[in-house]
Write a protein that binds this ligand. Structure first.
Ligand code: C2G
Length: 446
């Protein structure tokens, strides 16, 4: 039996892909097709795939040409696969001519003529552009615009800030066509809104945008009351709109890989998760203003809550907060969540600095993520026998916002078939925890 292998992203599956697989199949008796995972594509700079890995695997499977489909997850996997599956022929389109000559050491390498006149990039460019309006022109909005320019099918068309001068300066700096005179003006010019205004304004802006039929990507924390979160998701679902919180960590490649590895049982049963996020902030900052929901909990708690809820679930038994207060604001808070079978804790601070690492303790080993864990490109899986330790690297491009922006745009263009990386329940629980804190439930202040 002559085994042939080929690899691809196969995004927006088209005639060129089909013909490649047909000719690959004709080179032997058994065809293996490697489909790149989302993380691997992000890692190799392919930011703009529209279909997720499951959709792309399905497209290849539906051709009926592949005898086996494998996922291509890392650079160098081709050599492992060729040896593992005793491959006789590696083939790929002629656009890669010469690039895979190093595989000649292991098997025959054949470059097949590419089908001219069609490509995934071309098909992507024919897709609609999502026009984005930004509300708020602060530091995160200033990072959002350049990051958005790394993602296909999105264009920032308008900006709104109640302080018109601020908005004018922002539009000039980022060469954005329109400075909206009002929120309604902004909403009339866009398909989706990115809300980067102060936390306490999020609910009203998000509600107004959703009721106007616009998709919403809102900075975290989304809202401070569970009922508000529920109302926003209710409006979004009724109008088939995308509502996402800017939980950037949840969309980063390394974090996605970390959660999959831990969920697969690589460190056994998870018993404890601990994470810290502290960012020293000037006392005069609005982020420290107690009258405007300022403080460490509101600013940073959403970061560690993502891994805690992802790894241990949303059914914790109870949560207790211990806060160091100053001028009515928590400059440092430690929270402990008791689960049936596990404990989670996190430390957040705007006026206190600590190591920004995360550890995930399991019955077979543990995961260590160095600071800043919330935008990590690297983590270690460690065991009693240190020779079993694994170091995992995942590139983290730019400011890391591009991953969440890509997710937002894909969700809008994919409509209902999109799988959200953060569930509605997780959003509701995050809002509930913020609400408990601000109501002083189980809060011990020092
Ligand atoms: N292809 C083709 N004709 C086209 C477009 C693509 O023959 N008009 C071929 C490509 O040469 C590749 C396969 O179809 O062999 C899949 O193309 P992509 O999905 O773009 O995958 P690519 O990013 O080229 O991945 O490591 C090898 C790479 O994974 C190939």
């Amino acid at each position: 039996m002559k085994t042939v292998i080929t690899y691809g992203t196969f995004d927006l599956f088209h005639e060129g892909h089909y013909r490649l697989l047909q000719r690959a199949k004709a080179l032997g008796d058994y065809l293996i097709v490697g489909v790149t995972t989302d993380n691997f594509d992000l890692e190799r700079g392919k930011m703009n795939t529209c279909n997720n890995v499951m959709e792309r695997v399905e497209a290849v499977r539906n051709t009926g040409l592949a005898d086996k489909i494998v996922l291509e997850e890392y650079k160098g996997q081709k050599i492992d696969d060729i040896q593992k599956y005793k491959v006789d022929v590696f083939t790929v389109g002629s656009d890669w001519a010469g690039y895979f000559d190093y595989l000649k050491e292991y098997c025959e390498v054949v470059y097949l003529p590419r089908t001219e006149g069609i490509s995934s990039t071309q098909l992507r460019e024919q897709r609609p552009i999502v026009r984005i309006g930004i509300i708020g022109t602060g530091s995160i909005a200033k990072r959002f615009v350049p990051e958005s320019r790394c993602v296909n099918s999105i264009d920032v068309v308008s900006v709104y800030n109640p302080d018109a001068q601020e908005a004018v300066r922002f539009c000039k700096r980022f060469e954005i066509d329109n400075c909206a005179a009002s929120v309604d003006d902004l909403l009339s010019r866009c398909d989706a809104v990115y809300i980067a205004s102060p936390h306490y304004t999020h609910f009203d802006y998000a509600r107004q945008a959703l009721l106007a039929g616009k998709h919403v990507l809102c900075e975290t924390p989304l809202v401070f009351k569970e009922c508000q979160a529920a109302e926003l998701f209710e409006i979004a679902s009724k109008s088939n709109l995308v509502l996402m919180a800017g939980l950037k960590t949840a969309f980063c490649p390394a974090f996605g890989h970390l959660v999959s590895m831990v969920k697969s049982g690589v460190i056994g049963e998870v018993v404890e998760v601990n994470a810290s996020t502290t960012t020293l902030t000037d006392e005069s900052s609005e982020k420290m203003d107690a009258s405007r929901y300022g403080g460490s909990m509101s600013e940073n708690a959403c970061f560690p809550l993502v891994p805690i809820l992802k790894l241990l679930g949303t059914d914790y038994e109870d949560i207790t907060f211990y806060s160091k207060m100053k001028a009515g604001t928590d400059i440092f808070t430690k929270a402990v969540l008791r689960y049936k079978q596990a404990i989670a804790s996190f430390q957040v601070g705007l006026g206190v600095k600590t190591e920004g690492s995360m550890t995930i303790a399991g019955t077979k080993g543990y995961v260590y993520v160095p600071a800043p864990w919330w935008k990590t490109d690297y983590f270690e899986v460690r065991f009693e026998n240190q020779s079993d330790n694994k170091k995992v690297f995942y590139s983290f491009a730019g400011e890391g916002l591009r991953y969440e922006i890509k997710e937002f745009v894909s969700a809008i263009l994919a409509q209902s078939s999109h799988y959200s990386k953060v569930s509605i329940k997780e959003h509701l629980i995050m809002a509930r925890i913020q609400e408990m804190y601000f109501r002083g439930e189980n809060v011990y202040k020092i």
